[in-house]
Design a protein around this ligand. Sequence first.
Ligand SMILES: [Zn+2]
Ligand SMILES: [Zn+2]
Length: 332
Amino acid sequence: MQMMQAMVLSRPGQPLQMEHRPLPEPRAGELRLRVLACAVCRTDLHVVDGDLPLPVLPIVPGHEIVGVVEALGAGVDAHRIGDRVGVPWLGHSCGHCPFCAGGSENLCDTPRFTGYHRDGGFASHVVAEADFCLPLGMLTQEPARIAPLMCAGLIGWRCLKAAGESARRLGLYGFGAAAHLIAQVAAAQGRQVHAFTRPGDIAGQAFARSLGAAWAGDADQLPAAPLDAAIIFAPAGELVPAALRAVRKGGRVVCGGIHMSDIPSFPYRLLWEERQLVSVANLTRGDGREFLMVAQAHPPQVHTTTYPLTQANEALAALRAGRVKGAAVLLP
Ligand SMILES: [Zn+2]
Ligand SMILES: [Zn+2]
């Protein structure tokens, strides 16, 4: 029997354990991929640490997967054996709830997320629904530099769209995997990027400037002139009043994370004057196709720190400690 390797979460708060499992066969509508690279997202950390309710245990985390198609289930004709495809967070949507019907499959009532409801990419192989895989044939970079696009890039892109086209002066709070990609996209669009990092993170601020940020400083600082919009990527609730304070009248603050510490109370005047506070949840396949076209037209520099699959726990620890510059990526 052919076997695969997977790093498995059995209980939140416990390290992932390496398991050897029989290679799964794809069912109708599914693909089996040999994983080439899987980036580590902050959401994986929220899963492993039990910050999010866990609907399925044990589970293999990982939803920024680049793989090569190895086996096709019945009825799959959009992908072929040998194709390079990406598997993002949205692994399934129902197609008929009011949100799916209204074009917001990211808000589906009964979604299935990769590495959360179904086993993900911290593994040598993964099975995914073919309709939710993104074709990657047009990207020529090595897999480790494509994997972070699958969530950090995609969610960042959805956040950038939520910030609005008119947001020329844009703040990014938290300069991790998503911000390092989206800063480059925003700068290429002619926006003026302001990067806000943990206070005193001089290296992070220099990194932001090297990727096109016009200004970089501490998250508790105010920009020289008010921002049109800000995106919060860091999971720290105190950044919400900080970002509201930094945006102009009518400006918008977008929360991009799936989990955030509690937002401290703040005076109403920070929200008044038609400032808006919104969140972005998940992604649609349309976001994926759109962002991949952007990434093909203006390939962002993707900074990665790679780890062998067996060191998934070390990669998670580095991310938890804020020690990763750019994106952490696991290689089977
Ligand atoms: Zn993610
Ligand atoms: Zn639905």
